[in-house]
Structures are given as C-alpha cells and as structure tokens.
Design a protein around this ligand. Structure first.
Ligand code: UDX
Length: 481
C-alpha cells in the first residue's frame, strides 16, 4: 500500500436502506469526497443497483476516485416499507446480517489489501446501533448521522422522561393535552405533536422499543451530525449538546453541496426514481407564486377517501396545483392493481384545467421554480429543508415519525406555514390553501423569505454549517490517526 493511502482517512458510511436516508447520506459522502476523504458507501443490493443505474449519480461519483460502493449480503428484507411492520422487518433482518458482515469487513480491511487503505472510522445512520456495537468491539471510532430534524430527535430522546412523569402512554386519546416534559418545548407540544410512535397503546411494542432504544444510544457515538442549521434549530441543539457535546450541524445538505461544488445550477438531487420533468414545462406557463405543490414524500400512503378529500379541497380552493401521486400512494394488494391516479380524478375536466399530476417530480427544481408559492407536504425532513431553502411556505399534513414534530415547529415556532395534522377534510383543506396562498400570502412569503436567507447564509463561506463541516473534516482526520 502506498504511503499516501496510509495517511488518508477512510470512512465507512452506512445508511439505513430507505430513500430519505440513502439520499441525504450520499450528499454527506459527496461533501467528504470533495475534501479528499476516501469513502466506502455501504448499501443493500437493491439500492446498489438503483444507484448504479442512475446515470446522474454514476457520473457525479465517477469524479471521486476515493469513492466506492459496497453491498451488504443477501438475506435482508426487500419488500415494501410503507407500514411500521414492514420497516421493522427490514430493521430486524438488517441487524442480523450486518453484525457478522461489519466484523468481517473491518477485520479484513484492517488486515490490509494492496488496493485500499483500511477503514479508519464509521459514519452510521443514527438508528443503526448494530454499527455502534461492532465499532466499539473493534475499537473503530464512530460518528452518528441523524436524517431527522434536531427537534424530532430531541422529542424522541425525552420519551423516557414522559414515561417517568406519567405523560405516556396516552393511547391516542385527548390529543390536545399539552406535554410538560420535553425539555425546552414545555408549552409547545401537544400529544398530537409528539413523534407518531408515541401514540402506541403498548409501551412494549417492538417498533416503539426500537425507536426508544436506538435514540438513547446516541451519546455513545464520538459525534452526532444533523442535516440542519443553527439559525433554525439552535435552541433545541443547545439541549442536545448537553448529552452529546460533539454535535455537527452541516445542513441544509443540498444547499451546502451546491456551495462546495461552486455551482448554483447543479441539482444535488439523488432521487432514485425516474423524475417526470414535464411538470417544469407546465410550471413555466403559470403566473409567479400561484401554484401549490403537493407531495407526500417517498413512503407516505393514503386511503382512497383521503385522496378524494384532498382533491375536492384543492379544486374548491380555486388555486392551481402540481400534485405528485406516486403509483404506490394508495396501497393495493398486488402491483398489478397499482395506478397512479384514481380514474375519477383524471376524467374530471377541472383537474386538467387547474392542476397537473406526475408520479414523481424533480422536487428541488419544482420548489425553486418562480411559479410555486406554497407546498402541501408530509413534513419529511428533507422536504421541509428543501422548502425552507427556496422560501416556500408550507401546509403540513404529517404522516409518521418526526413529521408530527416538524409540522408543529413549521406552524408555531418558525411561522413558515400552517399545521393541518390529523385531518384532511375537504373544507379544511380548502381553507388552509386559501389562507396560505391568498389571504395570508404576503405574511407567509415574507417570513419564508427571511428564513431562506438564513438557510443560504449558513452554507456559505463563514456560515455556521460551512464552518461545522470543516470542523467535522478535522475531527475525522484526528480520529483516523
Ligand atoms: C422520511 C422522513 O419523513 C424524514 O423526516 C426522514 O428524515 C427520512 O425518512 P421521506 O418520506 O422520504 O422521509 O420524506 P423526505 O425526508 O421529505 O424525503 C423525500 C425526498 O424525496 C426529498 O428529498 C424530495 O426532494 C424527494 N422527492 C419527493 C422527489 O425528488 N420527488 C418527488 O416527487 C417527491
């Protein structure tokens, strides 16, 4: 092995195999590649194939000789992940396969090969403590990356306090009762704003135990990385720093990547599904800030009844809309029954007159389009940050996990839009859209414009996220010696 390879840090990056996680950790991988850090990016076989088939991603990463994709072996659940039970099947199978695999990978790597330098540290998804266990066992430094918001993370972390104080379980009842024991959010969160897992009847249920125990292990990692920025979540981060002093806020990652690549026009999208770009042509024909973009992310599912309520609300609002209806948005028993749009919606003239529908959109480009004036979102963390960076106000309809907390912050703390959680009645949808896009349009656009400036400033030279990434790179160098 060359002397240079010996001196170079080599980081194993291990995301949870779900689109939102693989995408954002790939952006982190690219940022580290730009700093000439060698990266081995560990994914399951299905993601490996999707990444290699994606020409943009393939050509982007071919520029980095120190970047390598590696696959975990077979035996990992490969079915749908739309329900909590399905995600748990994936999580359980991953734990079983990953432990012996990581041991083998780290020891064979440490035993040396002529081609590559040994793995000197790990950046693992903060819900994969299997990597933490192996790293500690083999004395390899490990940093955690959480793909969720800091406010979502902190609400998860405080769950034991809620249980001790008798504020949980509440089994989905009296959802407007205020929660007192999430430090720093005392009068802010209601039961309905806690992470969706807190709605369980049984505190012993496997998914609840998993989320709880994974989050509690975070202080064991050498550092904790968040895709967020100080001006947005500084107050929550001050509480997190008391339990994990080494916190690195380096987001919004997609904006940060654009700064570091020094090309404001480069799309940082790592979208693994085919984007229907025809919607950009449709947006080009619309007036400035008049279109509501509607998308519920990569794995939210809705019932047919809920979809129709949204449709009636959208149409009755008179506002123009671009709507992402994924083929699997309404769950079906088998793939043959899958259809992107219910027939009655396609047949209605008013849909064509006022709206445009696609199966998957180039979301970053859509949100930066001048015609877009609002975003009806499920409050996934990536979607929230993409909206913040473009100064687009939001109507939030959270589905699960941290999204319930994110939407409360959008509505009550950051004042970037309206929180519509737990209902999609057509009259309410219509009212919320009219409020965001017509009645209170100026107020929301002004506030979103101010936050957009702060988000962009954070990733520019001398900004907090820019500085924190440099600190992270220094940290990786130090622990790699
Ligand atoms: C979920 C959680 O909600 C999120 O908070 C967590 O961090 C990761 O898992 P997901 O449902 O995938 O994520 O939502 P989100 O985090 O918003 O990510 C969706 C991504 O897909 C965004 O980057 C968005 O730009 C992209 N997208 C979505 C498209 O490119 N096109 C679309 O049509 C819809």
């Amino acid at each position: 092995m060359s002397e240079l390879a010996q001196l170079q840090p080599h980081v194993l990056i291990f995301p949870f195999p779900a689109q939102g996680h693989v995408n954002s950790m790939l952006k982190l991988a690219e940022l580290l590649c730009l700093a000439r850090i060698n990266i081995t990016y560990l994914v399951t076989l299905n993601f490996h194939d999707r990444l290699l088939l994606h020409t943009d991603i393939k050509s982007r990463f071919s520029k980095y000789p120190g970047f390598h994709l590696k696959t975990l072996p077979d035996g990992i659940y490969q079915g749908k992940t739309n329900t909590v039970d399905e995600v748990m099947m994936l999580y359980d199978s991953l734990r079983l396969v990953a432990k012996p695999f990581l041991r083998e990978l780290l020891s064979s790597d440490q035993a040396q090969s002529e081609k590559s330098s040994p793995i000197t540290s790990i950046i693992a998804d903060g819900i994969l403590s299997v990597a933490l266990d192996v790293a500690e066992e083999m004395d390899v430094p490990i940093i955690y990356f959480r793909t969720i918001s800091a406010c979502g993370f902190w609400a998860y972390f405080c769950i034991p306090q809620l249980i001790d104080a008798g504020e949980m379980p509440f089994a989905g009842k009296d959802m407007d009762v205020t929660i007192a024991n999430v430090t720093g959010m005392e009068r802010l969160l209601r039961r309905r704003d806690l992470p969706s897992f807190c709605r369980v009847q049984d505190l012993g249920s496997p998914d609840f135990r998993m989320v709880l125990s994974e989050t509690q292990k975070s202080p064991r990692a050498w550092g904790l990385i968040f895709n967020t920025f100080e001006d947005l979540e500084g107050s929550t981060l001050s509480h997190i720093r008391k339990i994990c002093p080494n916190v690195y806020t380096i987001g919004p990652l997609h904006a940060h990547l654009k700064t570091r690549i020094q090309s404001p026009w480069t799309s940082s999208s790592n979208s693994l599904w085919e984007e229907d770009r025809s919607c950009i042509g449709w947006l080009d024909q619309q007036h400035s800030q008049t279109v509501l973009y509607v998308s519920f992310g990569s794995f939210t599912v809705v019932t047919r009844e809920q979809l129709l309520e949204f449709w009636h609300g959208l149409v009755n609002s008179q506002v123009r809309f671009l709507w992402v209806i994924r083929p699997d948005l309404i769950p079906t028993k088998n793939d043959k029954e899958r259809k992107s749009t219910p027939e009655e919606l396609e047949l209605e003239e008013v849909t064509k007159e006022r709206g445009y529908m696609v199966g998957w959109a180039p979301q970053e480009d859509v949100l930066s389009h001048p015609a877009v004036g609002g975003f009806l979102t499920h409050s996934g963390w990536n979607s929230t940050l993409e909206s913040v960076v473009e100064g687009v106000p939001m109507i939030c309809w959270p589905y699960f996990a941290d999204q319930q907390v994110n939407s409360r912050f959008v509505g009550e703390v950051w004042k970037l839009g309206l929180d519509m959680k737990d209902t999609c009645d057509r009259a309410i949808v219509e009212k919320m859209i009219r409020d965001l896009m017509v009645e209170r349009k100026d107020e929301f656009l002004q506030r979103a414009g101010e936050m957009k400036k702060l988000a962009r400033k954070s990733t520019e030279k001398n900004g907090s996220s820019f500085h924190n990434l440099d600190r992270l790179i220094e940290g990786i160098m130090t622990i790699s010696i």
